[in-house]
Design a protein around this ligand. Structure first.
Ligand SMILES: *Cc1c(COP(=O)(O)O)cnc(C)c1O
Length: 380
């Protein structure tokens, strides 16, 4: 039944046999030279010119006011939450349909995640479902949103742009503003995506990115915070560099700090990789168009960018009609050497989060049951 699709995927990648990866990174000589030159400079670690140059590149690319480069996307999320003083007494709204890093970062602060459903078309946190939950479960007390039954402060909200598809960030910001909840945009998968002409991760006061090996561009491990406010950006830099008080020789620290700064070696590679982003975006869009033709006359639905937004099409996703069909498709792909994968199991199904506060998650569950990511490398 899936034989035509498998042959179609092989045709798209011009690979009649052998395995086709889900997503392979791509490096060229420019990347190799950047790494070599950085090694030769001996400035491979926490000091070096590449780090601030990379931060400036990110500012130019995204239009964010400030960028702070860190060791990975999870550290970026943890730092973002610390910048908002999120702690053990607090609740943070997020989606159950996400990669575990989003919720792990919330747990690092001691706060608890509250799980709300996603929209079927964007696969991101639903502003309507968020509003409904807040109306039903919370009230404003002294200008703070309080969860009525636990009395806990709902301080932040972390939506995620799934597979690069922009969620309804503007509507969510409006809902959260009414409840005085600060939004952090997990744009780890959405480098190069935008709503209107504005880059994902720059709508909320703080957004986060990842440059992990599986993302649209990679420097091995890396992440970044995109920040509106200069004072908060300075604090981000401070917290992620062991909170050391600037001084030519003395070691004084004024806060519990973190060794989260991106090493210069990674920043050197991140810079040459970032130059490949426009090219990768173009190839991925062509790939998506080819998939659109392939799935057109099938009962399956290719996930498309929501109207008014531009997806980076980091990972293409297709919806089968039910879980049994999804599993049959995964099996057929696996046997044919076509690397595909289901969506993440819902976070609320993981033992660490099974007792979490949650709204109904019907759409999340439905998408989890039916979605498969299919090969999406920009360079096979
Ligand atoms: C990749 C990813 C992260 C974490 O990034 P790392 O750099 O791997 O730590 C966070 N959130 C989402 C949604 C991701 O896909």
């Amino acid at each position: 039944m899936f034989e035509d699709l498998i042959q179609g995927i092989r045709r798209i990648f011009e690979q009649p046999e052998g395995s086709i990866p889900l997503h392979a990174p791509w490096f060229d000589e420019e990347d190799e030279l950047a790494v070599r030159d950085c090694v030769r400079s001996t400035f491979v670690s926490s000091v070096g010119a590449e780090i601030s140059a990379f931060e400036q590149d990110l500012v130019t690319l995204t239009g964010a006011a400030h960028a702070v480069a860190v060791v990975n996307g999870t550290a970026a999320l943890h730092t973002a939450l610390m910048l908002l003083d999120v702690g053990p007494a607090d609740l943070v709204i997020t989606q159950s349909f996400t990669f575990i890093a989003t919720c792990n970062a919330i747990s690092y602060t001691g706060a608890s995640s509250v799980f709300i459903d996603i929209d079927a078309d964007t696969l991101g946190l639903s502003p309507e479902a968020t509003s409904t939950w807040l109306e039903a479960q919370c009230e404003m007390r002294n200008g703070e949103c309080r969860h009525r039954s636990s009395g806990r402060h709902v301080k932040a909200c972390v939506p995620m742009h799934s597979f690069g598809s922009p969620m309804r960030i503007e509507a969510l910001l409006k809902v959260c503003a009414e409840w005085n909840i600060t939004v952090i945009e997990d744009a780890a998968e959405a480098l190069g995506s935008s709503t209107g002409v504005q880059h994902a991760g720059t709508f909320a006061p703080i957004g986060t990115l990842s440059f992990n090996g599986n993302k649209i561009v990679t420097c091995g491990g890396g992440g970044a915070l995109l920040i509106h406010d200069e004072r908060i950006a300075k604090k981000a830099k401070h917290l992620t560099t062991q909170a050391k008080v600037p001084h030519p020789w003395a070691f004084a620290h004024d806060h519990i700090g973190y060794n989260y700064r991106m090493p210069n070696l990674n920043a050197a590679l991140a810079r040459t990789q970032l130059r490949k982003l426009p090219h990768n975006l173009e190839v991925k869009r062509e790939l998506h168009v080819a998939y659109r033709a392939l799935f057109k006359d099938t009962p399956f639905t290719l996930v498309e960018e929501p109207l008014g937004s531009t997806s980076n099409y980091w990972l293409n996703a297709v919806l089968l009609r039910d879980q049994a069909e999804r599993d049959a498709f995964l099996k057929a792909c696996s046997e044919a050497g076509i690397q595909s994968r289901p969506a993440w199991e819902l976070i609320t199904d993981q033992p660490m989060f099974s007792d979490a506060i949650k709204a109904d998650l019907l759409v999340s569950r439905n998408m989890q049951d039916r979605l498969v990511n299919i090969p999406s490398s920009a360079h096979p």
